[in-house]
Write a protein that binds this ligand. Sequence first.
Ligand code: CDP
Ligand code: CDP
Length: 226
Amino acid sequence: MEEHISIAVDGPAGAGKSTVARAVAKRLGLLYVDTGAMYRTVAWLAVRFGVKATDENGLVRLLDEYPVEFRRDATEGTLAVFFQGRDITPELRSPDVSAIVSPLSVHPRVRERLTSIQRDLRKNTGVVMDGRDIGTVVMPDADVKVFLTASLNERARRRAEEFALKGHTVEESEIRDSMAERDERDSSRDIAPLRPAMDAHILDSTGKSIDEVVAQILNWVRECAK
Ligand code: CDP
Ligand code: CDP
């Protein structure tokens, strides 16, 4: 198999991209890159420094003034986000960050910055990268492209279960509404919208286990290596 294989996993919120991409990366010894965490990092900075999601100049200035570090965890093969020496990765999924991440992801200059970091990360290593525009914009030359979906109800149920495991009760209908709104915004923006690449494998994970989805992707990787 090619040494620097690249696998793109795109899809709507809660489709299982991070879970499955991380597992595939682990199986193949590749770096897992969660590009959503990068957009969430900009949102985290915006919340912390009081910059509005509509203020493109302000957001770009934040990235200039407060360089964040995406550090590779050698044992896990994942990236952790460090701000001024502190690991902020667990804070990236907070509700205030989630509320503004999609609105600020529409800005071309924010996307340019992050896309360039994402492309640099794959220079010397094989990757599994997940997001919204990986197969279409970030790695249009990826060896295997997967567009992972699931019904909105199932995606909302999965997220509600995640919250419940962490001891938080969040109404499934509330999660469903905010997911639907985010998907709509991500799919309808002018730049790098959420959509499958022409050559992507479409994989509907509704009713499928994580293992089944991982096995299917590994099959596609094997096929492409033949
Ligand atoms: O985990 P979840 O699917 O809920 O979201 P995420 O992957 O962490 O991404 C959060 C948001 O970042 C998305 O709703 C998009 O607005 C944005 N994003 C993007 O625009 N492009 C990417 N490649 C990744 C994320
Ligand atoms: O990254 P994305 O927002 O697409 O999804 P995620 O953060 O990986 O969350 C998906 C949730 O659904 C996790 O709790 C998984 O355990 C669960 N799940 C899955 O990922 N794939 C399945 N086929 C079934 C459940």
